[in-house]
Ligand binder design. Sequence first.
Ligand SMILES: *[C@@H]1O[C@H](CO)[C@@H](O)[C@H](O)[C@H]1NC(C)=O
Ligand SMILES: *[C@@H]1O[C@H](CO)[C@@H](O)[C@H](O)[C@H]1NC(C)=O
Ligand SMILES: *[C@@H]1O[C@H](CO)[C@@H](O)[C@H](O)[C@H]1NC(C)=O
Ligand SMILES: *[C@@H]1O[C@H](CO)[C@@H](O)[C@H](O)[C@H]1NC(C)=O
Ligand SMILES: *[C@@H]1O[C@H](CO)[C@@H](O)[C@H](O)[C@H]1NC(C)=O
Ligand SMILES: *[C@@H]1O[C@H](CO)[C@@H](O)[C@H](O)[C@H]1NC(C)=O
Length: 435
Amino acid sequence: MAVRKMGRQTRAKAHGSGRVLLPNWVVLFAVLILLLSGKAMCDTDPLDCSDDDDNDGIISTPGVPVCSEEDRNALLQFKASISSDPNNVLADWQASRTNCCDWTGVTCDGSTGRVVRLKLPNQDLQGTLSPDLSALSSLQVLILDNNDFSGTIPSSFGNLTSLQRLCLSNIPSLSGPIPDSFGQLSSLQLMDLRSDALTGPLPSSFGEMTSLRNLHLYGNQISGPIPESFGLLSQLYNADLGHNQISGRIADGFAFGLGSLINLYLNNNKITGLPDNLSNLTSLQWLDLSNNPLESGDAVKGIATAPLISQIELESCGISGPFPAWVSILPQPDITQISDEVTPSLDLANNAISGAIPAALGNLTNLQYLDLQNNQLNGSIPTSFAQLQSLQGFNVSYNQLSGEIPQVSPFITFDKSSYTPGNSGLCGLPLAPCA
Ligand SMILES: *[C@@H]1O[C@H](CO)[C@@H](O)[C@H](O)[C@H]1NC(C)=O
Ligand SMILES: *[C@@H]1O[C@H](CO)[C@@H](O)[C@H](O)[C@H]1NC(C)=O
Ligand SMILES: *[C@@H]1O[C@H](CO)[C@@H](O)[C@H](O)[C@H]1NC(C)=O
Ligand SMILES: *[C@@H]1O[C@H](CO)[C@@H](O)[C@H](O)[C@H]1NC(C)=O
Ligand SMILES: *[C@@H]1O[C@H](CO)[C@@H](O)[C@H](O)[C@H]1NC(C)=O
Ligand SMILES: *[C@@H]1O[C@H](CO)[C@@H](O)[C@H](O)[C@H]1NC(C)=O
């Protein structure tokens, strides 16, 4: 089983050190273009829910701004909805202390006095999320991970249109749907709602969150299909929708415009198939579909049309019949195009694939891991596998293979447990010599 990496950092390439003198207007123009293109140098990086205060580019001067009355009232409403604060973290949230910019967990913009960040993770706060928080109209960062709120995410949160990071993960009683109004969160770059108790389908407005780059919805009970609009999230590079109840064949619209998507985790859902054409997923490198009830191996043949696809997980997908033909035509992207976090690998373990292993698999020379354990494969291990010189892990145990194991490295150095139990007809190193 592959190691899951939850995030990924995109870093601007360092500028070359060669110094070229340019007229000032050229420099100004270049800076303007950079800013307009949204690739400002102080880009949020890394894009996660860490407590690093410096990664929003927000400059605050404690004590200098005096918070707006509207924001103070919204925060007091938030406090009023808290029924238990075991760490007394809200003790200094007092109407008499009028400058809410000094309250624990609150950051204001130094020039406007508006609240731009509210951060109270890991506090065991109980109660509900006050809908009045939506009055914090300049709020850019809301981090309330690892608390004990119950009830739903207020639909008024869709009015937080300046919000860039929304971190409400590990709140085990936070239930109900992702509000339809979230389509209005057009500045949102990071949504982390993993390990909550959210239900219902993803709203059809989902694709309107056009700034979204990093999405974590792992471990909820989100159901229904993925809306077609999802395919419009052109900035999205990481999407973890694993361990939900997402069902059905993923609609063709999904594959339309996800040109930045690198990692897609859909494991442990009720998905039956993918669009046949994923050629617009030009960045996709890692796809995890393990533990889904696929209609057939052919229902995911679109995988072979994603030009950079490198790590494919289809463990326990109920695939039966002969080896899926598309596996033989998988692209072999240049390894230099692949993220360090991605391990070229193919996991088809725990299915019911029968018949021979196709010789063409030996052409997938980038593969570092190949897991075919627990299927109904017969015949021999193709001699073309001698080309798989990058393999570090290999497992064909619990099949009905026979004949000689390719007597070359790395196959002769793998552990016996790569080949047995099962495969009583296999012979040659590391097993007993062939008769
Ligand atoms: C969002 O704000 C608008 C305008 O202030 C208001 O009319 C609307 O009721 C708000 N939406 C929610 C769900 O609170
Ligand atoms: C790929 O994107 C182009 C537009 O960029 C669109 O015309 C085409 O239909 C898309 N193809 C698929 C298979 O979604
Ligand atoms: C997939 O769609 C692209 C354009 O969106 C097209 O150029 C390509 O031929 C299609 N591939 C297949 C296998 O249908
Ligand atoms: C392999 O299994 C298939 C059925 O799945 C059977 O038709 C074929 O004869 C078997 N081949 C060998 C070499 O046992
Ligand atoms: C491997 O790829 C080459 C060239 O791409 C092709 O000619 C050959 O048939 C493939 N091998 C197998 C076993 O399919
Ligand atoms: C291969 O899979 C079997 C069955 O799950 C396991 O017992 C064995 O340790 C695995 N061997 C290797 C080398 O991964």
